[in-house]
Design a protein around this ligand. Structure first.
Ligand code: ADP
Length: 236
């Protein structure tokens, strides 16, 4: 299979699952509206919303990889804690099986970033943290200001990554075998895109991992003084 055919095949597969679920729940709601109680109605609509969010993230990732969207980074003054905080409820809802903990550093100065891209990065990392860790475990997100850099960490208690697989991680379309890869949806684009986005915003991404103990992804961004942040907000 050519890399293009493979791409189309994995993406169609990833789209089919949420689309089937959206269609199924909308059809049920339409055909049996009067017979479904309010609690279940709400539950079904929530699933439709969650699956739509999943599709939106997938399309964002595809657009980024196809570069159609790569040039549109708009650096502005961003309150990182508030930005991350706004996407946490979506994950708590989607992964009821996990504990999702956000530990923000207080009084973090504003950063110079593209807010949408930051959320795309965090979505990919938190999604992976949940996908590759067992039910009941905790995914912890922290922010910290250290050595004139902003550190954002996503730590899980999952399957971890073998040393021999480290090099494959950020490659396009590269999935790494573990006992959860076959159970989870994925196309091997998430980390490739995440690194591109981080680097496009002058950041760095690294990770620490131990098999069967867990993985921590560490994203760092340079910190600018208030004046520089302000200057860039006025420009864009
Ligand atoms: P996908 O999740 O779609 O397979 P990614 O590019 O996001 O693609 O990740 C590439 C591979 O890296 C995954 O297939 C998985 O094996 C591994 N991986 C990513 N995040 C984690 C994590 N938090 N813990 C363990 N393995 C991970």
């Amino acid at each position: 299979m050519s890399i293009q055919d493979e791409f189309i095949s994995t993406v169609s597969h990833e789209m089919r699952t949420p689309l089937t679920s959206i269609r199924g729940f909308s059809q049920t709601l339409l055909s049996s509206w009067d017979r479904i109680d309010d609690d279940n109605k709400k539950k079904f609509i929530k699933i439709i919303e969650e699956q739509s969010n999943r599709l939106i993230n997938l399309v964002e990732n595809i657009l980024t990889v196809s570069k159609a969207n790569a040039g549109t980074i708009v650096m502005k003054k961003v309150f990182v804690n508030a930005s991350i905080n706004s996407i946490i409820p979506m994950f708590k809802e989607q992964y009821k099986t996990h504990k999702i903990k956000f530990v923000p550093q207080k009084d973090l100065p504003p950063a110079r970033l593209d807010d949408d891209k930051l959320q795309q990065i965090m979505t990919n990392l938190i999604d992976n943290g949940c996908k590759y860790s067992p039910e009941g475990s905790t995914v912890t997100i922290t922010t910290e200001l250290k050595n004139e850099s902003l550190y954002i960490k996503v730590k899980d208690e999952g399957v971890g990554i073998r040393k021999e697989d480290f090099a494959k991680l950020f490659k396009k379309f590269s999935r790494v075998e573990n006992h959860l890869t076959s159970k989870t949806q994925g196309n091997g684009l998430g980390l490739y895109i995440t690194r591109q986005l981080v680097e496009n915003m002058n950041g760095k991404i690294t990770f620490e991992s131990e098999e069967n103990k867990g993985t921590t992804f560490i994203v760092t961004f340079p910190v600018y003084n208030e004046e520089e942040v302000l200057k860039c907000s006025q420009k864009s």
